[in-house]
Design a protein around this ligand. Structure first.
Ligand SMILES: Nc1ncnc2c1ncn2[C@@H]1O[C@H](COP(=O)(O)OP(=O)(O)OP(=O)(O)O)[C@@H](O)[C@H]1O
Ligand SMILES: [Mg+2]
Length: 385
């Protein structure tokens, strides 16, 4: 294989200019790549770092064409993109990874479930529910979880229903219902796979969610599970991404039940919120790994060098407008704290404005510091609501 690369090593086209894109652009620059970002908001978090942004909708065929034509390879940091223009560009020879056909399967949660089931990947039982109907729900049986086919994220598009009394809270959209899993833990495993089919897996992490809002509250990296559970989770994640013939980094979310059984909940065809600690805690971070995968370069070592945790910094309720980071210096004074501010021009309640990774000798010690961090740093805004 030819092993000389003129600078830039590759021109990366990135659909979506949010925080995942921003961290990917930083990794791209380190590798000697340049980036063009497509995002509707000028000066998006990723666009600021890339220096080149096409302002337009993620699904605008003309903008997508402009992006593909100005780059060597196109990727994305979000799922809700119209795949028709991507399929057309791919058919013309543009390189787009993960492949648009796979994105089409994954972005429709029902099709994704069908794929997992047909591939023999353990996942909770489910039935199609194109239009919600109380009798069909009752016949499937409670407790159940109703999910929208498209457009859900951070728990939007998911309705957990313990009993029939919760039916009035159902989502009035096309979707499916699945068996509620009485999970002991929620685990996530990042897998990278390149076009040559090489795979690397990161150590299993555990996610604990905020009771309301469904945004990650605490991350345990590595997860506090037995070596056997971790090994089975990692093998299952690799099997899932191999079944998908995925190219790129994938976040495989799983449930661990009380008996030690693992069920795949869903797969994110992109870098994952549960993998931000890899920037400081692993030899190769998930963003660089994604680039290596889509450029078909050798994948990096995934070994974790230190226990870590991560907390998302969400816009404080009651505030909007220009972000004001309260408690920044006090946070930075805590040893092991790595602060990431996403550069969003405007805060609003619950919006992901940044994150903090905490490195320590044990996950427990890191989590203790994390709760101090949470009490110390606040993302306020310059207008009160
Ligand atoms: N079958 C289930 N049984 C029990 N809890 C579930 C089930 N499905 C989903 N949940 C809970 O709802 C959360 C969100 O579900 P899911 O991951 O499918 O949606 P999402 O909106 O795509 O999430 P995100 O964007 O946060 O990954 C899960 O993390 C889990 O806590
Ligand atoms: Mg999820």
């Amino acid at each position: 294989m030819e092993d000389s690369f003129p600078f830039p090593v590759a021109r990366i086209g990135l659909i979506g200019g949010g925080q995942l894109g921003r961290m990917m652009v930083k990794a791209a620059k380190r590798l000697g790549c340049t980036c063009v970002v497509l995002d509707p908001v000028l000066g998006s978090p990723a666009g600021q770092v890339a220096g080149h942004q096409i302002v337009g909708d993620y699904s605008d065929p003309a903008k997508l064409r402009e992006l593909a034509e100005s780059c060597d390879v196109v990727t994305f940091e979000l799922e809700d993109i119209d795949t028709a223009p991507l399929l057309a560009l791919e058919a013309e020879g543009h390189r787009i990874f993960p492949r648009p056909q796979l994105l089409a399967t994954i972005q429709d949660k029902y099709l994704q479930k069908v794929f997992l089931r047909d591939a023999g990947i353990p996942t909770s039982a489910f039935i199609d529910m194109p239009s919600p109907d109380p009798e069909a729900f009752a016949e499937f049986g409670y407790p159940l979880v109703q999910k929208a086919r498209r457009g859900g994220y951070d728990g939007r598009g998911v309705a957990v229903m313990p009993t029939a009394a919760a039916y009035p809270q159902h989502l009035p959209v096309a979707g499916y219902v699945e068996r509620f899993v009485a999970a002991d833990k929620e685990l996530a495993v990042l897998v990278a796979r390149n076009a040559s089919g090489d795979c690397r897996v990161y150590p299993t992490v555990e996610m604990r969610f905020h009771a309301d809002g469904n945004v990650l509250d605490y991350l345990f990296a590595p997860a506090s599970v037995s070596a056997d559970v971790a090994a089975r989770a990692e093998a299952l994640a690799v099997r899932t991404v191999e079944a998908m013939e995925g190219i790129g980094v994938f976040g495989v979310e799983m449930f661990l039940d009380a008996e030690g059984g693992l069920l795949v909940n869903e797969v994110a065809p992109r870098t994952h919120n549960s993998g931000h600690h890899t920037i400081e805690a692993c030899v190769t971070d998930q963003f660089e790994q994604h680039l290596r995968a889509i450029l078909d370069l050798p994948l990096g070592e995934t070994r974790q060098l230190s226990p870590a945790t991560m907390v998302n910094l969400l816009g404080e309720p009651g505030y909007r407008g220009r972000p004001i980071i309260a408690g920044l210096a006090a946070t930075l004074a805590i040893p092991g704290v790595c602060l990431h501010i996403y550069g969003k021009a405007v805060t609003k309640p619950g919006r992901k404005m940044g994150h903090v990774t905490i490195i320590d000798d044990s996950v427990e010690a890191a989590c203790e510091k994390a709760s101090r961090v949470k009490q110390t740093i606040r993302i306020l805004g310059d207008s009160k609501i």
